[in-house]
Design a protein around this ligand. Structure first.
Ligand code: ADP
Ligand code: MG
Length: 757
């Protein structure tokens, strides 16, 4: 022990020397000057004192004030300076992987070190850290996973849980687990960080932990609502016959509630006219955008285009940040802008995108200042709201919506709808414009709509299915799931918890007494949705790993098949070429991926994607996820070192189909044939429709009694996305507990008993 102590002491001295050398170098000094200019610097001593004297503290401060990059760094520096650097180990969690990556890179740069030295990161399936890492940025999911095997967080001295105001499911979950841990680890320090002022709630949760607010400084931001934007861009509201496929019926209904009746200015009158107009019935496929409801004739994107033009032509220099609902909208708009004479001119405008699954190279560009005279425009999801700070933003365009999963516990259906953001989000978005100078924010909705927004967003724990979470709670061995969750900041509905438990039982992850089965143990180790994890395990056991791996990776990234608004038919035809009459979107995905690999070898990948309406970026992401999943599976001992052995039966179509069925169960719909049409019924007897770009939507009849699907989504009606036809025999053998036949899954559980984890 004392030898170890000596080694660490020597290492601490080395760390101190290196830190001092950097701080005294010209570059280090320049960096320090920048850091001193951040609002959090003024509070540094107070913060360090508070952290030293309290086990838990809650810190709030506006986005950009230096919470994430500075606070953990202050602790690291002061420990190093006091000669205890090698003894400290700090973890800081982020809700999103991309922020963990970008922040760790930034902090390394501020310390003049390469990433992966003192500062590192770890996110799902990826990381950069080493034996010298003492400050680790990771996703909250990673810390939870670590808690599974290391219940006391041995060796960790400080835990920061960042962005708690977002009320993400993992953060809420962490807060319960850590609360339980604190009495056992009296020396552990917990620091909660939030971008909004509602720190009280968290402080109370931890028995009145002290709160510290970092007063921030931002420049004033002028607000423009839809009324002004229309005037600036010369658009006029005339009629509302735009149909957007997010399910206008529902949207319109919510709007009707949202728009207060007494505030009838010109726009609300128009909206109400439109509401009373019944020509909104049809469903048109893939979304154009969320604004369409306010503006006529697909002006949605055009309005954004127009306001961007207005900024580029008439406004002072400065980057533009556009908040949109999701990747699909972002890529559509980006393509549209490419064709624009001004916005598509690379000598004048640089259009970048910022979303959860973007490549690292693209990430860096977002933070860089463009060459003089080039206007930077960043199209972003609500990720850019709080966890990422782009310094030179002066203009913000806010669509007012975010795609958010809500969960209908009664029907046990997740709903994916772009819904109105909260007032807190809208304020947050606006604030992004005032970082470096006074800014402008263009809200693409009327003021009266803003006033009707909810004050805060509902916590994720209350609006998503709890399947994965319950599996993790089970493997934490903290007793009953229901009891555990009732200790949450805002506990979920008992019905939602029961649904999750029933689900886990149904897929064979929990037994009748709610204990983890062998399969369940494996599933809790795989960083994917339990359903998909099960598919991987089954693919490995049944020796058809490769195609199953592609399906799982595809389902966890996103659909690589593109569906451009104006070329839906061509895109649909292109996709159906991959289906070879096997009535399966999943098999189409496998073939498309394999075709892409071949094309890549021949150097024609670009052309291949173009011809087949495939996203090269998505295929690339699927490719790297495949590698990572097989790495983990190999680690658990389920895969042989010899890849051939795992794939002996990969060419057996029926088997692959059966494994897909086993994984996606209980997502089944029975196919009901009528004379000229088909309809589909799910187990709970609900009617569902197929998504327009499913290969199965192109057939008049399907020679299978069942369709198995990954996801049903409630838009205005319930849709199923990707589906695969399955026969009765497969359903009986692989369909799980509901079909009282031979249950393969119980054999699988016995098989897994013999494996060593
Ligand atoms: P907070 O967590 O309070 O929102 P951060 O610690 O993320 O703030 O950021 C503090 C400041 O550091 C930002 O205002 C920005 O000026 C700067 N910064 C953060 N990340 C980067 C980056 N990747 N590149 C350049 N500057 C950055
Ligand atoms: Mg932050």
């Amino acid at each position: 022990r004392s030898v170890m102590e000596k080694v660490l002491q020597r290492k601490s001295l080395r760390m101190r020397n290196m830190q001092r050398a950097w701080q005294e170098s010209p570059e280090g000094r320049r960096m320090l000057d920048f850091r001193k200019s951040l609002p959090s610097f003024k509070e540094k001593e107070r913060l360090l004192q508070a952290i030293a004297h309290n086990q838990v503290i809650v810190i709030s401060g506006e986005t950009g004030c230096g919470k994430t990059t500075q606070l953990p760094q202050y602790i690291l520096e002061s420990e190093i300076e006091s000669g205890r650097g090698a003894f400290c180990s700090i973890i800081c969690t982020q809700p999103r992987r991309i922020s963990a990556m970008s922040v760790s890179e930034r902090v390394s740069a501020e310390r003049g070190e390469p990433l992966g030295e003192t500062v590192g990161y770890k996110v799902r399936l990826e990381g950069m850290k080493g034996k010298n890492t003492h400050l680790l940025f990771c996703t909250s999911g990673i810390l939870l996973r670590r808690l599974l095997s290391d219940r006391n967080l041995d060796g960790i001295t400080h835990v920061f849980v960042d962005e708690i105001h977002e009320r993400g499911m993992n953060e809420d979950f962490l807060l319960i687990v850590l609360k339980d841990l604190l009495p056992r680890r009296r020396d552990l320090r917990l620091i909660l960080m939030s971008a909004t002022l509602n720190a009280e709630l968290f402080s109370k949760f931890y028995g009145g932990a002290p709160t510290i607010h970092i007063p921030g400084f931002t420049y004033p931001v002028r607000e423009h609502y839809l009324e002004d934007v229309l005037e600036m861009t010369g658009y006029k509201l005339t009629s509302f016959n735009q149909i957007d496929d997010y399910g206008q019926e529902k949207l319109w209904k919510t709007q009707k509630q949202l728009v207060p009746r007494k505030k009838k200015n010109q726009i609300t009158t128009l909206v109400e006219d439109a509401l009373n107009n019944s020509s909104f019935g049809n469903y048109s496929s893939r979304a154009c955008d969320s604004l369409a409801c306010w503006v006529p004739d697909s002006i949605g994107f055009n309005l954004i285009e127009a306001i961007l033009c207005h900024i580029c032509r008439k406004e002072r220099p400065g980057a533009v940040l556009v908040f949109m609902t999701g990747w699909e909208d972002i890529s559509c708009l980006r393509d549209q802008l490419k064709a624009h004479p001004l916005l598509g001119d690379p000598n004048r405008v640089l259009v970048l995108t910022c979303h959860g699954s973007m490549a690292t190279s693209e990430q860096k560009l977002i933070f860089e200042r463009p060459l003089a005279n080039i206007r930077k425009i960043v199209l972003a999801t609500n990720m850019a709201e709080a966890s990422i700070t782009i310094n030179d933003v002066v203009f913000v365009v806010d669509c007012g919506k975010a795609k958010e999963t809500t969960y209908d516990a009664l029907n046990n259906t997740p709903c994916l709808l772009p819904s109105w953001i909260s007032q807190a989000s809208a304020r947050q978005r606006r604030g992004r414009a005032g970082r470096v100078q006074p800014g402008e924010c263009y809200h693409l909705y009327p003021k009266c709509v803003y006033e009707a927004f909810a004050e805060y967003q509902l916590p994720e724990l209350l609006r998503t299915p709890l399947n994965s979470l319950c599996l993790q709670i089970k493997s934490l061995q903290v007793g009953s799931i229901g009891e555990f969750l009732s200790a949450a900041l805002q506990p979920p509905e008992p019905l939602a918890v029961q649904n999750a438990i029933d689900f886990l039982k149904m897929i064979g992850a929990l037994d009748e007494r709610e204990n983890l089965t062998n399969l369940g143990k494996y599933l809790s180790m795989l960083p994917v949705d339990p359903k998909l994890g099960k598919m991987l395990v089954m693919g490995a056991i049944f020796r058809c790993f490769d195609p199953v791996l592609t399906v799982v990776s595809g389902l966890s990234v996103r659909d690589p098949f593109l569906l451009p608004q104006d070329k839906k038919d061509l895109a649909g035809t292109a996709k159906s070429r991959f289906s070879a009459k096997d009535y399966s979107d999943h098999m189409a995905l496998v073939r498309a991926y394999e075709g892409w690999k071949d094309a890549e070898r021949e150097g024609s990948a670009y052309e291949y994607c173009w011809r087949n309406f495939l996203s090269a970026q998505t295929l690339q992401a699927i490719h790297s996820l495949r590698k990572q999943f097989s790495f983990i599976l190999r680690d658990t001992g389920l895969l042989d070192a010899d890849a051939g052995a795992n794939n002996r039966l990969s060419n057996n179509q029926s088997l692959v189909r059966a494994i897909i069925c086993c994984g996606l169960f209980p997502g089944i719909a029975s196919v009901v044939h009528r004379e000229t049409s088909m309809s589909f019924k799910t187990m709970d007897d609900g009617q569902v429709l197929l998504y327009a770009n499913s290969v199965n939507a192109r057939y008049q009849s399907i020679p299978y009694p069942w369709l198995i699907f990954g996801e049903k989504v409630k838009v205005n009606t319930v849709f199923i996305r990707d589906s695969t036809g399955v026969s009765d025999s497969i359903m009986i053998l692989f369909g799980g507990a509901l079909c009282h036949g031979v249950q393969v899954i119980s054999f699988v559980d016995i098989f897994l008993l013999d494996q060593t984890i």
